[in-house]
Design a binder for this molecule. Structure first.
Ligand code: ZN
Length: 210
């Protein structure tokens, strides 16, 4: 009747998670429409369509509310044009569910956006825990020269809405190269969410974790 406690090793270079229960990968070809520079994207597709941009290893003990899903994300370093590799990003389908990320290897950012378009950017570095509060859209960015590896933990009834970013033409800012570093620049294709859009997000919450 009790679940068995378990421990899991995280490889800070490959992102492997021991005893994970599922895994998925996103290749460049799966990420069409995410990057601004469509010419650079087409060129990158010709050269390395099958490049795995990121891989997620997960452990899902059970689906019932109150449990946790946890796992690791491994992201290759790289750019499309001057824009660093990003994960697709999402808001939780039950929007008021939080998430914690802990850096394990490499150098990245957690790019977050409120439904109204307020932006927060926090560094994702080894041994640094980043708290993504309820109701923030979030996406990871690899701004380093090495693979970015992080672990994540979120409530098992959170779910993911990936369409929220697509519907607004991307996130409010894009993370681009700036010398040896990075900078956030306004995204020209971004459309601010209407009051109705924001109301729809707020309607997809429930009483818990508010
Ligand atoms: Zn999430």
């Amino acid at each position: 009747m009790y679940q068995e406690p378990s421990s899991h090793r995280i490889d800070p270079v490959t992102g492997d998670l021991s005893a994970s229960t599922s895994c998925y990968e996103k290749r460049l070809t799966d990420l069409e429409g995410i990057y601004l520079d469509s010419k650079a994207f087409s060129q990158a597709l010709i050269e390395h369509a099958d490049t795995i941009v990121y891989r997620v290893n997960e452990r899902r003990p059970q689906q019932s509310a109150g449990d946790l899903v946890f796992g690791t994300t491994y992201m290759k370093p790289g750019r499309v044009g001057d824009e660093f590799y990003v994960t697709r990003g999402h808001i939780h389908a039950t929007a008021n569910r939080p998430e914690v990320y802990v850096g394990a290897g490499g150098k990245g950012l957690m790019l977050m956006e409120s439904p109204e378009g307020e932006v927060r950017i926090l560094e994702l570095l080894p041994h640094l825990a980043v708290y993504v509060p309820p109701i923030w859209v979030h996406r990871a960015v690899n701004v380093g020269a090495e693979p970015l590896v992080m672990s994540f933990f979120y409530p098992s009834d959170a779910g993911q809405d990936y369409g929220i970013i697509e519907r607004s033409g991307g996130m409010a800012v894009r993370i681009v190269a700036d010398g040896n570093g990075w900078k956030a620049v306004p995204n020209p294709t971004y459309r601010t969410r209407t009051a109705e859009d924001v109301a729809r997000v707020m309607a997809s919450t429930d009483g818990a974790f508010s």
